[in-house]
Design a protein around this ligand. Structure first.
Ligand SMILES: [Zn+2]
Length: 105
């Protein structure tokens, strides 16, 4: 689980670093109204989503550690959280570090 957790952490860190720039080029208030600031709620909402996803990763790793370092493939909480991490990795399927079918749906 730690490999996919590290993969996701890296992708979320990249998105966090891009969030301000993506907002500035995409925000109608800044681009079209010529404002230097806005109250659209971005990029804070993106960062909040990333923080929630990072919290899921942390809980998955905590649960795995509590289960003795092995996902519970008989159907325990760690197994369910591993499934969640696999789902979270789906949007990054084209990334060169993604494990493809090993992490696939
Ligand atoms: Zn905005």
């Amino acid at each position: 689980m730690s490999e996919i957790a590290e993969f996701l952490r890296a992708r979320y860190q990249e998105r966090r670093e891009e969030a301000k720039f993506v907002h500035e080029i995409g925000c109608a208030e800044i681009r079209h109204a010529g404002l230097s600031d806005c109250d659209c709620g971005q990029p804070e909402a993106i960062v909040a989503d990333l923080d929630a996803e990072l919290a899921i990763i942390e809980e998955a790793e905590r649960s795995e550690a509590a289960a003795g370092g092995q996902p519970d493939f008989d159907g325990g909480g760690a197994n369910a959280l591993l499934w969640v991490l696999l789902v979270l990795a789906r949007p990054f399927a084209g990334h060169p570090d993604h494990k493809g079918e090993e992490w696939g749906p």
